[in-house]
Design a protein around this ligand. Sequence first.
Ligand SMILES: O=C(CO)COP(=O)(O)O
Length: 138
Amino acid sequence: MSVKTIALVAHDHKKADIVVWAQKNKEALALFKVVATGTTGSLLLEKVGLDITRLQSGPLGGDQQIGALIAEQKLDALFFFWDPMNPVPHDPDVKALLRLCSVWNVPVACNVSSADMLVSSPLFLDPNYKPDLPNYDK
Ligand SMILES: O=C(CO)COP(=O)(O)O
């Protein structure tokens, strides 16, 4: 049984949302090891006081670093408040990250309501719960 690792990421127009969400869920988030992309991580540290491992900023490779954690089976969930209304320069990285969540059966919440449900899910909070790994041999 080990502490779960989660990643928190928000695009610029969603950063206010993730700060409010993290403030609301600060107690629950303290149960996890938290990693975040650079700017999101700085904001969460400053405004919420979360203990966070900061990766690169998204456009500089932060999404890919989180993808690498998924490929190495070192990430238990992704909370990604991505922006459906504004394009980002690293859109291929965003798509790749979301794709890897599906490839590796990693739970991913892309908006406030799904983040609320995931962070309060008894199943996810069960330290013994591990989603099945996919089998691509067939
Ligand atoms: O762009 C991002 C995710 O695609 C987020 O990166 P920042 O947290 O550095 O803004």
